[in-house]
Structures are given as structure tokens and as C-alpha cells.
Design a protein around this ligand. Sequence first.
Ligand SMILES: Cc1cc2nc3c(=O)[nH]c(=O)nc-3n(C[C@H](O)[C@H](O)[C@H](O)COP(=O)(O)OP(=O)(O)OC[C@H]3O[C@@H](n4cnc5c(N)ncnc54)[C@H](O)[C@@H]3O)c2cc1C
Length: 839
Amino acid sequence: MKSHARVVVIGGGVVGVSTLYHLAKKGWSDCVLIERRELTSGSTWHAAGLLPLFNLSYSVGQIHKYSVALYKTLEAETGQPVGLKQVSNIRLARTPDRMDEFLYYKGIAETLGVKVNVLTPAQVKEIWPLANVEGILGAIQHPDDGYIQPADLTQALAKGARTRGAEIYRHTTVTGISRAKSGEWQVATDKGMVTAQHVVCATGNFARATGRMLGLDIPVIPVEHQYVVTEPHPAIVERQKKGLPEMGVLRESDSSWYMREENGGLILGPYEPGAPCCYVDGPSEASEYELFQEDLERIAPHIETAIARVPAFGEVGIRQVYNGAICYTPDGSPIIGPAPDLQNIWLNEGHSFGITAAGGAGWQLAEWIVEGESSVDMLGVDPRRFGPYAGRGYLREKNEEAYANVFTMHYPDEERVAARPLKQAPCYDRMAKLGAVFGSVYGWERPGWFAPEGYELSAADKAYPDVLLNHNHPAQPVDGKPPREKWSFRRSNYFKFVGDECKHVSNAVGLQDMTPFAKYEVSGPGAEAWLDGLVANKLPARIGRVGLVHMLSKNGGVRAEFTVFREGPGQFYLVGPGALERHDWDYLLKSRPRNGSVDLQKITTQLGVLVLAGPRSREVLQKLTDTDLSNKAFPWLTGQTISVGAATAKVLRVNYVGELGFELHHPIEMQNYIFDKLMAAGKVAGIRPYGIKAMIALSIEKSYRLIGREMSIEYAALESGLNRFVNLNKGQFVGRDALVAWQQNGFSNRFVTMEVDGVTDDGSDVRGSEPILYKGRMIGRATNGGYGWRVGKSLALGMVRPDLGDVGQELDITILGKNHRAVVVPESPFDPDNVRLRG
Ligand SMILES: Cc1cc2nc3c(=O)[nH]c(=O)nc-3n(C[C@H](O)[C@H](O)[C@H](O)COP(=O)(O)OP(=O)(O)OC[C@H]3O[C@@H](n4cnc5c(N)ncnc54)[C@H](O)[C@@H]3O)c2cc1C
């Protein structure tokens, strides 16, 4: 065994081997993989080998697409057959909502370059003659989908890696990982020590045990998953004899199962509620090719629906049941990227569709390690999308929920209920009393919108076709109240209530809880120089000034956005999106100078945030403070620490809704005091709370960009239209030169705001990820959208081909399968001169 390697990959399942393969392919041949038993002896060997391309996440969609393209080439490259069969995959829709989901997904797939056909029931019958198509409204088909032999795939990747010089040590167990004085990692095994620059953990069901070696709580706990293999069926054998094509993979989403042919018989794999977590403390030391006791009772309802759909399935005996461990994370997507807090430790864990994802996951992780940046925006799979709150108890609840929801409808406004309400701002009960219908982000409860007293969904709202997966609202809402929110791909029951909130903020005054904002303090003699070199804009020049700054990737894309308040000499207060707290913190922490000149603190949970917005907000706040709040004394984009009654708050004159407004960042323990004072002082002005849905609708009218939508590492900061916030002349900052080079080579995207025609109340506004067309050809994608209540128009934000982004340009946006005319309008359709904000 080598004593030194550039990278040690731990774990010889398909994911670890693919990572090794891609590192070697990038020219890093000096890499080794360590596997405690045989390659594939974890979860890989028993996988059904399906390669589903369907996924609503941008990151996962890109990864899956790459995998299938790679797997097609592997046999020719390595000489090792991989058993790839692109037999296609059909997903059946039994309900109108499911059809909406498929049409929404079809748009996403188009923007990803994934082929999807819409089929009629008759077409399904033609391809799957053994299926009964009664009750089917339609289907989508992925012609490139299929399945592969997971063990052969792993061996092919191993061969490709070895041919390029990488080494694989089987029957070798990693027993500890420690940091050498040099900064390198020392990987201890039962056969000796390897010192490495980088370590990749791809240890499947052992993820948490591996994490313990590093002091990391990796948010992965597996769940039991079963599939059933039948004896051969005469009709299938007959088809084979006749040389007819395989019928392909069939998925009945509304009954939560997949099915495909296997050796003349069928495989059925259900995703059932009630499947338990397993290996909570990790598998035993002896674990190898391990399966659990089958539990057919648990999947009986799924078997029944499968027999109803494909009677042949019930006509033959069961040959074998596989019940194995399948890794899960709280949102069901894998964990691919840098480990939080630790330099050069990389995670490729938590794969529930690991056979499908392995190719793309290895590709992007290798790029990240070798080139310092992935080329795909990986926010959707970034390990740092979960915070320290995602501990063992949370995972047990959330991962079982994620498993049970594999086939449920992925409504864009769905709010799952497990492990909630976990993090509550002190004003949670007050907001609940005022009618808040909560959503959850990063473990925090956040008011989404406010329902009138006594409001609940009507029977018609709750009515849902009789299918196995039957939901369009939580059966038991977190707050114990009757369901008040119906999830939909279209304008839903809360649409008009959100509209009322928007109008109220614009006409009077509203109060919002934004406590989940991530908050950081940066101070010390080196603070200013360090921050200045990290962000693209100039820092606010004077004490008391507030600005918006962006941290770029080394390639000139946008990594993070902060509001920055210069609080005192060498003292800065940074505010970022709550959902990205760990992500942003990790970048700040890892780029901080090591000479002690910068003090960096994360203070999210020390401060609550209440936002007072609307034309009467000044009048309300002025009643509670002796600080002069006039425009002259307290202008837009400034901040002051003031008294609010007997409490103290850092008040920033900024907000995300484009109105006169104040953000009150206050000691969290004073929140309810301040809340009550504001509500009382605002009574005359008619103060009312508003939620995140209103905030987003209002922000779209201002063309405000969001990380992960209009801003990403895939778009140059100037493509995202951040010209006002990028100061190329201020001196060096991370990403500056790359951005200039990108500009010189020419941009391929341009940020635009559009008005969308023809959206009716039973239709849908743009939600993001819809294709944008010009003369029938795709030239961009929508990134966000909604109804603008102040301008009275359906609006969309998007990225389009630069020559098609001029004001007045007519385009089309495909929303749920229907093309809508969209016209590019000037940025900030509401109050483009910011008169309200400055007022
Ligand atoms: C019944 C079932 C059906 C499935 N069907 C599909 C499917 O159709 N399509 C699909 O895409 N996915 C499917 N999956 C999921 C798929 O099996 C996994 O996502 C995939 O195998 C994960 O691969 P991995 O490399 O991450 O993990 P694993 O294959 O579990 O590999 C991890 C390896 O790390 C090794 N290891 C751990 N700790 C150490 C250590 N300390 N030192 C050395 N080595 C270590 C282990 O021995 C193991 O070999 C299925 C899963 C189940 C249970």
C-alpha cells in the first residue's frame, strides 16, 4: 500500500469508484481507493439498477443526465460490459395534479436537455401491452431511461480508474482520520497509514461512522427498501421468443412503485410509508452483502395496485424479495461537495439513487477537487444545505418521510410536516394567533401567509381522486389546526390572501418575522481588507452605511450575497439568506486569514429580525423611539442602533419588498416585547403581518435576484445583471480577473424581467425553471415568477440569450405545457426609481 496519495477515496461502492475514475480521468492518477470488503459489497450489489432521469432538482437532473451519457460509453472504453439497457421509462398519471406535475417537469427537462415525451393511454398500451390503462389520464416517457448492472458498472469504472494509474485496496478498513501538522490528512487503516492532500468519503451506509472519525454529523441514515422479483411469466417469455422489445420501466407514481422485466419475470419496487430507518448506528463490522428480513405486509397495498395495473404480476410466484439499506437524507437528494468546516474533506454520501447518480456525482466532485470549483451549480446537493440541527433524531423522522415521499406529488409549495416545528422564533405563537400558515426553511418555522380567523380548506379544495398516494395538503398540519393550505401547480386557495397582504404592505404597513436570516459579525484589524478582497462591490464607506455585496466564485459566478452594515471602526455586520447559513459560513470560515487579524462570529440565533414595511412604517416606529427617523436623519441604506421602547435594536433601512421600511435586528430575547410594541403602535395605521409568499411576490416586482435562481456559480455576476454591485475598478477581489475574461469571451446569458400574458386564475404563474422560447426554439429559462399585485401583471424573471434580452423583445414561456407570450420589460416594473424605498 502506498504511504502517500493525492486523494484517498474511502468506499468501493459505485459512488466511490466513480469518484476515483473521474479523478484519474482528470489526470490525478496518484489517487487510491480503500474498501473494507469487496467492491460493491455495501448497497451497490443488490440495487435494481434503474436509471431514472426524472428529478425536479436542477443539480440532480444534471448529474443524472451526465451519468446515462457516460454509461453508454463505458463498455467501449474499458472493454467491460455494463449491461446497459435503454428500454425507456413510462410514468403514469392518474390525477390532474399528477399530469400538472409531469408537464411542469417536462419544462424543467427541456431546460436540462433531457428528452421527455407525453403519451396518451393508448400509446402506453402499445408499449406496455400487459398493462391495463384504465383510469390513466396520460403519461410521460423518458426514451433514454433504462437500467444497468450495478456490479458490472462498478467494475468498468474501476478498470477505467486503474488503467489511468489509480490504485484500489480491497479488504482494507479505514479506522481513523487525523490531521497532520502539514495540513495533510492521515488515513489510518488496518493495513497501514496513507497520507493524503484530500479525502473523499463515499461510504454509503457507514456515512455516520465515517463522520465520527472526523467529528462530523453527516445527515445520512438509511431506510429499508424492498423489491420483489417474480418467476418468469409465459407472456413475457413469449414476447422474448418473438424478439419483441422489452416493455421498459413502468412507474405508477400515484401508487408509488416501479416495475420492469427481469429474466422473463417482473421486478416490483414500492416506496411505501412506514419503511423504517436502519443502521442508525451504522452497520456491524461484519456487514457485507447484507439484506434484511422481507416484510411483504408493509408493501401489500402496492402489490395490490400493481396487480390491478399489470395483472400478469399476480399470475406468477415470487422468486425473491430483496430488502436492503438505501441511504437517505432529509430531502432525499444526495450529499456531494466539501465537508463543512474541514479543508479538503469531501463528501459523496447519502445516495438513494446512487447507481443513477454515481457517474455525475463522481464527475462534479472530481472537478471540484481538481479545479477548485464544480461546473454545475451544486446547491441542491451541497452538504452544507443542512445545518447542525440535522442530528440523529431529526434524521430518523425526516429520512423516513423522504423515503415515503419519493413518488408523492412534488408540489412546488409543498411543506412536509416531519420534525416540525423545530426552530421557532419567540414570536411564533403570536404569529400563529394572527393566522400564520407556516413553512419551514433550514429547520426554522416561517410564516408563509396569513389565513383569516376560522378559515379552513373547503371539502372541494380537499377532494382528491381515489389513488394510493392521496394528498394535496398535510393530513395533520404541524400547528394542529384544520388544513388551510392547498398545494397546487396552479394559483391556489391562498393566492388572494397573499394578494391582500401585498396590497396592505404597499398601502399601509406590514410586519414580517425574518428571524431565520443568517447573521455574522466580522471585526478586527484585518476585517476590512479581508472582506474587501472577498466581495465584488465596494464596502459601505462610512460607519452607519449599509450595502449589498456579492461573494463571487473564483470563476466569476455568484456564490453568496450579503447585506453589510458598517457598524463601527473595523466592524461589520453581515446578513445572508437563512437557508444558506452553513454554506456561506463555511466559505467565510475557510477563506479567513489565519493570522488572527479577523474575528468572525456566527450570531444567527442571538438576534431576531422583525421587518416593518410600508408607507406608514416610519410613523409606527417613530412612536417607539426618540431617534429621529426622518429621511434626512435616517436615509435609505443606513443603519443605527436605536431604542425601541425599552429595548434596543440595530435598525437597517433596507427591505426586500421595495417599500419604505426598517429591518429591526434585536436581541432575540426581546423579540416579543418589540413585537407587542410594534403591533400596539401600529394599530391606528392598521398594521398587519405578512409572510414569505407576499415578500417574494413583492420582490419580483422589483426584479430582485436570488442565489440559486438568477445568481449562481453558472452565471457570470454580470450576466445576472449585477453591474451596479460589481466594481471592477476597486482593486483585486476573488473572481475579478475571471469575470473580466468571461466578459471578454462573451456572455451567453442575460438577466431579464418579463410580463407574461394569458395567465388565468385556474392557471399558473411562472415558478422558475420553465423554458423560454423564441420562434419555437429554447433560448433561456425562467428563474422565478408570480403575480405582481402592485403592477397588476403576471411577471417572470429569467436568463435568456443576450441578443434576445432587449426591452420590448417578444418571447414565449411554456407554463404547464402551454406557451404564453412574454415581453421583456425594464427592470423593476414597480417603482423603478426606488422612490418608495428612499421615501
Ligand atoms: C433494494 C434496493 C434497490 C435499489 N435500486 C436502485 C436502483 O434501481 N437505481 C439506483 O440508482 N439506486 C438503487 N438503489 C440505491 C443504490 O443501491 C445506492 O444508492 C448505491 O448503491 C450507493 O452506492 P455507494 O457507493 O454510495 O454505497 P455502497 O455501495 O454502500 O458503498 C459504500 C462502500 O463503502 C465501504 N466502506 C464503508 N466504510 C468503510 C471504511 N471505514 N473503510 C473502507 N471501506 C468502507 C463499504 O464497505 C461499502 O462497500 C437501491 C437500493 C436498494 C436497497
